[in-house]
Design a protein around this ligand. Structure first.
Ligand code: HEM
Ligand code: SF4
Length: 397
């Protein structure tokens, strides 16, 4: 389970790949355009439609934006050449509540649910340009634009930004090709008015306003793990911890079986690499919590402040770019720390095997990034190259 709320499958042979791809397409899922200079999968709220504090149900937005990006408008099959060759990768997410579970500030386009101060209409403030990379980490900036919460507005906005980025973004230095660089080159005001002109040119009636004031009452992001009441009377969501986001085949089947038995087959994923079973009837909760799969193996519902908030990229076991192993170390270290210390609040430790920062160390309380290091060999008296780590602290999300 990745930090973009989706799944990466490992160990697939080339011979099996066509069947896997066809099987995904038969379930309206796709692996197309999930790498290279493409728009990555949409990230939305893991509590969409079940949250008592929901401001906007993100599902129709994510589905429509996924279709914009990856559905061929001519053939209606997955794989859309229109957006298949951008200057650089591109991330879009839609938040559904003040928790910002989708992490808008580290996406190229982030939609933050915000009520219009005058009309009371629900809509989105737009933030732009957030990303992580080897050279630069950028927090998204306010576009100073608000759009009413309609799917068409969100699609028109994203299409306009993508069109300008595709045709005018720099294709030179790959370290300076993400959306933020284009915005900085043009200036935010010019970029914004070009986006608005583009939206107008589509003639689909898109509307917008200046950014609306953010809610100011104190708010703390809620916990996704554990058992929580839903908006629907008599139903709960159950967040299941998946250590370092890694599922074995057996565990994947166990999770699927739990979903069949308790949540009508539905599983949600989180950017913290965990799973949620939605719509569990309250009277079935104690039976679910007593299931062997949640007690005898790696899964748990109350993993604690340290284990429950460890995040890890793929690392050396399966990623050719890694400088260190991450997932196995992350799980081991979390287990040891959890027994050794107690913390008054969740401690978010993120591991990433190389500076690409798929594990998003810059957003963690403690980030551990693989890096080359040298160690003195006392026998030879010479320095030897060994796997090492750079440590980051104090990131926020
Ligand atoms: C073996 C598989 C993987 C490879 C080869 C890989 C490769 C890369 C590379 C090269 C980048 C740098 C961005 C770029 O230059 O395009 C990157 C960024 C990123 N990857 Fe991965 N990655 C892998 C797995 C993952 C996994 C498992 C996750 C989630 C846990 C993930 C999430 C991300 C994120 C969040 C970023 C960074 C930031 C951003 O997009 O702004 N990747 N990845
Ligand atoms: S951060 Fe580096 S090691 Fe980890 S998955 Fe990404 S590319 Fe691989």
């Amino acid at each position: 389970i990745t930090t973009r709320q989706n799944i990466q499958l490992r160990g697939i042979t080339l011979e099996d790949a066509p069947d896997v791809i066809d099987g995904l397409h038969a379930c309206n899922q796709t692996s197309f355009q999930s790498a290279l200079d493409n728009v990555r999968n949409m990230v939305g709220s893991p509590l969409a439609g079940i949250d008592p504090l929901e401001m906007i149900d993100t599902r129709p937005y994510c589905n429509a934006l996924s279709d914009l990006i990856s559905l061929d408008p001519v053939t209606q099959t997955r794989g859309n050449p229109v957006w298949g060759n951008l200057p650089r990768k591109f991330n879009i997410c839609v938040s559904g509540s003040r928790d910002d579970f989708a992490h808008t500030h580290i996406n190229d386009i982030g939609l933050q649910p915000t009520v219009h101060a005058t009309t009371g209409e629900m809509g989105f403030n737009v933030v732009l340009g957030g990303y992580m990379s080897i050279k630069r980490v950028a927090h998204a900036i306010d576009m100073d634009m608000w759009i009413p919460a309609t799917v068409q507005n969100a699609v028109d906005l994203s299409e306009a930004i993508l069109r300008i980025f595709r045709d005018e973004g720099s294709r030179g230095d790959r370290q300076k090709a993400r959306l933020m660089w284009l915005i900085e080159e043009k200036g935010l005001e010019t970029f914004r008015s070009e986006v608005q002109e583009e939206m107008k040119s589509y003639g689909r009636g898109a509307t917008w306003d200046k950014a609306q004031p953010k809610a100011t009452e104190p708010f703390t992001r809620r916990e996704l793990l554990g058992v929580h009441k839903q908006a629907q009377e008599g139903l709960s969501r159950v967040g299941i911890h998946v250590p370092s986001g890694r599922l074995s085949v057996i565990e994947a089947r166990q999770l699927a079986d739990l979903a069949d038995k308790y949540s009508e087959g539905e599983i949600r994923l989180t950017v913290e690499q965990n799973a949620i079973l939605p719509n569990v009837p309250d009277e079935k909760l104690s039976e679910l919590l007593a299931e062997p799969a949640l007690n005898d193996g790696r899964f748990s519902v109350e993993p604690g402040h340290i284990k429950g908030h460890t995040v890890s990229c793929t690392g050396a076991q399966f990623c050719g770019l890694a400088l260190v192993e991450t997932k196995n170390n992350a799980e081991r270290v979390a287990n040891i720390l959890q027994q050794t210390i107690s913390t008054p609040r969740p401690l978010r430790i993120h591991w990433t095997g190389c500076p690409n920062s798929c594990g998003q160390v810059q957003a963690a309380d403690i980030g551990i990034m693989g890096a080359p290091a040298k160690k003195l060999n006392p026998e030879t008296g010479k320095s030897m190259a060994v796997p090492g780590c750079n440590i980051f602290i104090g990131g926020t999300i």
